[in-house]
Write a protein that binds this ligand. Structure first.
Ligand code: XBP
Ligand code: MG
Length: 233
């Protein structure tokens, strides 16, 4: 038995612009006067996890910034919960589509009996919304390792270790799919081979450790060949 383990944001779909606008909607609703433009968000994306990203941003505000309406420890979860609502509304409203080749790769994996798992920094809620809006179901995937299920987020390997435990498979029987250097490092630290499809916010990052780098996943024979390689060894 073997499995594909998919990252979500940037890999299954180009989601980060919707995340960014959802953050800005939450800031506006809270009257914070914050606005994350693309350049700033590109920097902040080096921090995995929306809540961790918010904490990092607050740390950069400096002593002259207006006082926060709540202590950061209280404000961040509230902002992130509202952001997740706004993001979910965008997803169910049809704002996102899967990246090229993803739907066919999922269908072909099912046909070949390759099991499917998710290992992502985002929330389970966001994963279910995306898969339901694009594939019409979450049922193709049997394992969902998401967000706070792992204490340490990517590039730590924790979320991939959780996915492997839930699959009850060794890393050698699996193949990870990522879009970012953080995600690639997490997959490699978990002993996984990893296919990288760079996304809008991650192009230009260091993917030298990847086992395959492709613009997209439309040609899937090299992917199944890579999955099969270690098994025959
Ligand atoms: C990318 C992330 C997430 C998203 C925002 O996750 O780092 O934090 O940017 O989603 P992935 P949340 O591992 O799928 O690439 O605000 O729910 O964290
Ligand atoms: Mg990603």
């Amino acid at each position: 038995m073997n499995a594909f383990i998919f990252d979500v944001d940037g890999t299954l779909a180009e989601t980060e612009e919707l995340h960014r606008t959802a953050f800005n909607q939450a800031f506006a609703e809270a009257g914070l006067g914050w606005n994350w433009d693309e350049a700033l968000y590109g920097e902040l994306l080096k921090v995995s996890g929306g809540k961790e990203r918010l904490h990092r941003y607050i740390e950069t505000l400096g002593p002259d910034a207006p006082e926060l309406p709540l202590p950061a420890a209280e404000l961040v979860p509230k902002l992130h919960a509202r952001k997740t609502v706004f993001y979910g509304e965008g997803v169910t409203g049809g704002a996102l589509k899967l990246r090229p080749g993803i739907a066919n790769l999922v269908a072909e994996a099912k046909r070949r009996g390759v099991r499917l798992a998710i290992a992502t920094t985002t929330t389970r809620e966001n994963v279910d919304a995306l898969l339901t809006a694009t594939l019409g179901t979450i049922a193709d995937f049997e394992v969902f390792a998401c967000g706070d299920m792992a204490k340490a987020k990517k590039p730590a390997p924790d979320i991939y270790h959780l996915a492997l435990r839930e699959l009850d498979l060794p890393a050698a029987a699996c193949l990870a799919f990522e879009d970012s250097e953080n995600g690639l490092r997490a997959a490699k630290a978990a002993g996984l081979r990893c296919v990288v499809t760079p996304a809008l916010y991650t192009r230009g990052e260091d993917f030298s450790a990847a086992d395959l780098v492709a613009d997209d996943l439309t040609s899937f024979e090299p992917i199944f060949a890579l999955l099969g390689e270690r098994r025959s060894a």
